[in-house]
Design a binder for this molecule. Structure first.
Ligand code: ADP
Ligand code: MG
Length: 247
């Protein structure tokens, strides 16, 4: 890709929270299913970036995470790989309610259509050829096609907050089968005024309790507002900051 990831190895990593697992040194030593490892290698990734070294074992150990690392440091794979690994390790039946209301097992929210599509495409790449169904929902385009895909049932739904709530408010999506909630680019969501929709999702009557799901937040910065969100929406979480000092 032309990106020199070795430069990230020189950056200090701060980890806080109770009993953090040891970071991995390589994808091969991450205890991933062979299928997932093969898809990583097919993507041309040879070694994990620092945020990936820490996030993979944290998420695979069932912990909540607030991960801060600069743009371009591989945060997408840091959450997608362990989530996909867990879904394939412990497969649960896909539920679609009698009225066609889908119950995704993973909800990934990001602030823009472009980022949402990027995450969707990476998720498809890493789960290529598996049983996993991935759907996407973003605004500025007709609801119909997205809705048809969601209604067929999806393990992973990648969405912008506004379009997600369009589906939730019409009972096309509910949160009772959620195993993972991911907030990507949490700082940008804050800047773009999406926090009320994030709160609406987290506090939704159908949402699985904080202690019964994993919640993961990623951000390029860690200002006080984000710290507040982390405290409110994460349970006994680990905090990993790559090269970010203070708030
Ligand atoms: P961020 O979300 O932190 O801004 P991305 O997840 O978008 O970063 O990753 C930036 C680029 O680096 C993407 O093109 C991605 O495919 C690539 N990438 C991520 N992890 C690795 C890795 N371990 N090895 C090589 N390339 C990687
Ligand atoms: Mg990103």
């Amino acid at each position: 890709s032309g990106i020199n990831f070795d430069k990230f190895d020189a950056i200090a990593v701060k980890v806080s929270g109770e009993n953090p697992p040891r970071p991995i040194d390589s994808f091969e030593s991450a205890n991933l299913r062979k299928y997932v490892l093969d898809n990583i290698l097919k993507s041309g990734y040879t070694k994990p970036t620092p945020i990936q070294k820490h996030a993979l074992p944290i998420i695979m150990n069932g912990r909540d995470l607030m991960g801060c690392a600069q743009t371009g440091s591989g945060k997408t794979a840091a959450f997608l790989l362990p989530i996909i690994n867990t879904l394939l390790q412990d497969v649960r039946e896909l539920i679609v309610g009698p009225n066609g209301c889908a119950q995704p097992q993973v909800i990934i929210v990001s602030p823009t259509r472009e980022l949402t599509l990027q995450i969707f495409n990476e998720a498809r790449k890493f789960s290529y050829g598996s049983i996993l169904k991935i759907a996407v929902a973003y605004g500025g385009t007709a609801v119909r096609h997205q809705g048809d895909n969601i209604a067929r049932g999806c393990h992973i739904l990648v969405a912008t907050p506004g379009r997600l709530h369009d589906f939730v408010d019409r009972s096309r999506v509910s949160f009772e089968s959620v195993r993972f909630v991911v907030l990507d680019e949490a700082d940008r969501m804050l800047d773009m005024g999406f926090i009320p929709s994030v709160e609406k999702m987290m506090d939704h009557p159908t949402m699985v309790a904080l202690t019964e799901r994993q919640t993961l937040m990623f951000s390029a910065t860690f200002p006080e507002d984000i710290q507040h969100l982390a405290g409110r929406f994460l349970n006994n979480y680990l905090f990993v900051a790559v090269g970010i000092v203070g708030g």
